[in-house]
Design a protein around this ligand. Sequence first.
Ligand code: KIV
Ligand code: ZN
Length: 526
Amino acid sequence: MTVSANVTAFGDADRVIIFDTTLRDGEQSPGASMNLEEKLRVAEALEAMGVDVIEAGFPVASTGDFEAVKAIAERSSGASVICGLSRATKGDIARCAEAVKPAQRQRIHTFISTSPLHMQYKLQLPPEEVLKRVGESVAYARSLVEDVEWSAEDGSRTEFDFLCRCVEAAIAAGASTINIPDTVGYAVPEEYAAMIKGVMETVPNADKAIFSVHCHNDLGLATANSLAAVKAGARQVECTINGLGERAGNAAMEEIVMAIRTRHDSVPFVTGIKTEHITKVSRMISAITGFPIQPNKAVVGANAFAHESGIHQDGMLKHAGTYEIMTPESVGLTKSTLVLGKHSGRAAFRQKLAELGYGDLGDNAVNDAFTRFKDLADMKKEVFDEDISAIIDETAMRGHDRIKLVSLEVKCGTVFRPPHAVMELEIDGQTASKDATGDGPVDAIFKAVRALVPHETVLELYQVHAVTKGTDAQAEVTVRLREAGKSVNGQGSDTDTMVASAKAYIHALNKLLVKRERQIPGGIAV
Ligand code: KIV
Ligand code: ZN
């Protein structure tokens, strides 16, 4: 018997459903947490790019998670299904249903571990009890919403016969999507594909569900495993922007989508993703989470379309196809063009924003960004598209910050020892200033912040990268702070690396304050 994939809700057997979990699995990566406003921006961008299902969060995890999923559900246009994750308990499922309720199209995604290792050590439950809970949890979720997805956590390490029994029970109880995750990134493509195909062929009611895959990247095989599974019959791929996610991350959406588009001869399927949105959304996620994109990252890395060697440049001049398998335009990459100068007006600036995909910004955001652009143009000879994107991302992130940088003066070098920082902050509307010295200028700046806003955190990461080339480039700084077992990343950009460092630290601190306010005792994650 050969497997033919079940026809998706799109009525087309070749259509692959893109299920984005940047806001759930992606946000679970240490330091990648996002606040409500940031999550709303991301959800809006995902919906605009054509994502079929947005996993907006894990509502029972914390009040913040619940509120975020609910707010995303309220704002969604109906273009994407809004999904929440829940464990296999009534409490989790009920909370999840409440959070996704405002969405026009709602889904509950409930999961339980099915591998021997997870059942014995994590759940401490016998297989028969797990099987019973599969049916009960899905049936309960179905009593609350129409669209229920069931996942076999650690599915790729589950005994085949037991997996088939669980899948059959989930479908019988009403699940219309069955996800078989490679939770620990252990699978290899042929084996994983054979497993998906085997389950689809063996389970008697398999034709009543869409099969989905969710691959982690521990061995760098997440994209390969996902594509192999699609060829074997899966029609939903769970993925994240930039491959964000637990440990080594999840399958990267941009890789899945561009592989399907570019290698249609070998992977003959389609997705509904508007690929021209990829670069903008990728940069947005990087700016919000503070996770820089490695330069050689497939599809979205800064070097993904750069040709350095003479031989390659020569080939490119003769025919772009010599070294480019997809066009930069197909992923929304505009040439690094020089934009406006300090004499440019607001209308030209707005037009540039529209070209870069920020045409929907409100007047206040445009005005703030324009002021920052003018300041930048005063300091920097050449302003590039990347500079404008950095300004927009930073302006959008700073809306409701409780702590704001008012001024900073730093003295350092061979003469001024020890390095010295004088900083003025606005904290909940009140200004305060402080002098501090440190081992280096950055240390002095961070000590000044700590003196003005006393807090006990561990600095886990301090990282600088240049937005564009040249010594007058804007520095983009990432700071990761850890408190009570949770990490937050902050980002700041400025032509002055010290100012960017102060902004990044303050951004992280603002996120920490939001996190503290939202944390509920007994919450399982924040
Ligand atoms: O990796 C995993 O198994 C998951 C499930 C909750 C779907 O994230
Ligand atoms: Zn996962």
